[in-house]
Design a protein around this ligand. Structure first.
Ligand code: HEM
Ligand code: HEM
Length: 188
């Protein structure tokens, strides 16, 4: 059933928001509300690290399997976005950083949809796996081939045409926010 497959992703998305609220609550409870400010830097670094996947995908680095690096992308981006939500806090003083945070949550939602599409594509290719296995290829080679095949499927291509502009908007707004902080904020 479609919903059964999509449920873990909906859960993951809302778990991110709940985790951020919980962490924010705990920081306030134990008297460290200022930590949130630094979680903006930590979260940004984690999201930057998550782009290692893009380098691996384009063979600019060789470390890790493509599949493993995608999983790393998902975990790091999830954790980074959660930290940035805590950093955002429950106050509204400026529009720009909130637009950046909104764009980030759209990118995260879109990332979850991409994960769903990718999983479906890979399931559709399972039959092909059996055919290849019969042809005498090793399991590792088959896994690699399936991964790249899955990525070329049409739905994924269409999804990327939506996802990448979202990412660009998010990155632009985040850079503007960070620059404005460095130029105009009084660090005391
Ligand atoms: C702020 C958070 C995120 C940003 C900025 C981001 C950015 C990106 C970018 C730029 C790509 C394209 C990779 C490439 O072709 O080089 C991508 C792909 C992808 N992301 Fe994310 N992402 C984020 C969060 C997530 C999350 C939370 C998930 C999953 C739960 C996710 C799942 C995926 C998937 C499945 C792909 C497709 C892989 C592919 O096309 O090769 N992303 N993401
Ligand atoms: C190097 C990374 C970052 C640094 C150094 C940083 C720094 C700051 C600082 C100093 C503030 C307080 C501004 C004030 O009180 O007037 C702030 C607020 C905020 N930041 Fe960041 N930030 C970073 C990354 C991000 C990112 C990537 C996002 C969103 C995607 C973000 C979203 C926000 C939001 C929503 C607020 C609250 C604005 C408000 O109170 O209305 N930050 N940031």
């Amino acid at each position: 059933m479609l919903f059964k497959k999509f449920f873990p992703l909906i859960f993951s998305y809302f778990a991110l928001i709940v985790a951020a609220i919980l962490l924010d609550y705990l920081l306030h409870l134990f008297g460290f509300p200022g930590v949130g400010r630094y979680l903006g830097i930590a979260g940004t670094l984690l999201i930057l690290l998550s782009f290692l996947y893009s380098l691996r995908k384009r063979r600019l680095i060789e470390a890790g399997s493509p599949r493993g690096m995608l999983a790393l992308h998902e975990y790091l981006a999830w954790a980074g976005a959660m930290m940035i939500l805590v950093h955002s806090g429950i106050h509204f003083q400026a529009l720009l950083p909130w637009l950046a945070a909104g764009a980030m949550m759209l990118v995260v939602a879109s990332g979850h949809i991409g994960k769903f599409l990718l999983r479906r594509s890979r399931e559709a290719l399972r039959n092909k796996q059996q055919t290849l296995a019969a042809g005498g290829l090793s399991e590792e080679e088959i896994e690699k081939q399936l991964f790249w095949d899955a990525l070329t499927l049409r739905l994924m291509t269409q999804w990327r045409m939506v996802h990448i502009p979202f990412v660009m908007v998010f990155v632009t707004l985040a850079i503007l926010h960070i620059l404005s902080i460095f130029f105009f904020w009084n660090w005391k």
